[in-house]
Design a protein around this ligand. Sequence first.
Ligand code: ADP
Ligand code: ADP
Length: 223
Amino acid sequence: MSISVNNLTKIYGSQKAIDAINFSVRTGEIVGFLGPNGAGKSTTMKILTGYMEATSGSAVVNQFDVAKQSMSARASIGYLPEHNPLYLDMYVAEFLQFIGRLYGIKKPLLNERIEEMIEICGLKNERHKQIGQLSKGYRQRVGLAQAFIHQPQVLILDEPTTGLDPNQLVEIRQLITTLGKDKTVLLSTHIMQEVEAICSRVIIINRGRIVADDALQNLRGGD
Ligand code: ADP
Ligand code: ADP
């Protein structure tokens, strides 16, 4: 298992955001994490990526307990948060340098990785632009490029296509499929079509509880 979530619970004040959830994701899967706003998707993802502590339970990514071995866990995870904290005044290539250094990647390897990500993510004409000048779709490309700069095995993508126009949507889904090949991807969304477009399995969460976890063909067969 690349991702394993065990009885994970998060309580904010008196609000139970996730309630003893369990699921796992195998290497090579692209799994949709589907649920309405407020269901607990972002909370789960923030715990998986080590940005937030669980109230109880555990999360294991690439055999690292994210609470106890957070540095090792983070090194193996690429994360695209929903509210992507991109630095709007930074230039695209400069931003990728900055993120790469945070991961401790040294030149000249870092320069190679940056060129590779610019190529794969279709950012050739944007590399000398400031992030603030880019459209939402191109910002998401930058977001994916930074999430992938250290070649993680596991990708955690929080609502990666929300707010994109139809053309951008197709392009970003294609890019996620390309980057996610042979990796482990957990992608949150509140749209079933998103899951149908790129996922092989779906985990449905509602009010902090997992209400379905199945291969897509089985869910379709059920209705
Ligand atoms: P989703 O990502 O599915 O929209 P969230 O994980 O963001 O859901 O939120 C789950 C629940 O927890 C919601 O009711 C939300 O209002 C609440 N919540 C999220 N973050 C916080 C927070 N920092 N403090 C208090 N409540 C929060
Ligand atoms: P998300 O779905 O990513 O949590 P939101 O727009 O719901 O996005 O929340 C933005 C920020 O506010 C997040 O950091 C979230 O944890 C926090 N938040 C969400 N709901 C609440 C809440 N009810 N009380 C306090 N903070 C919240």
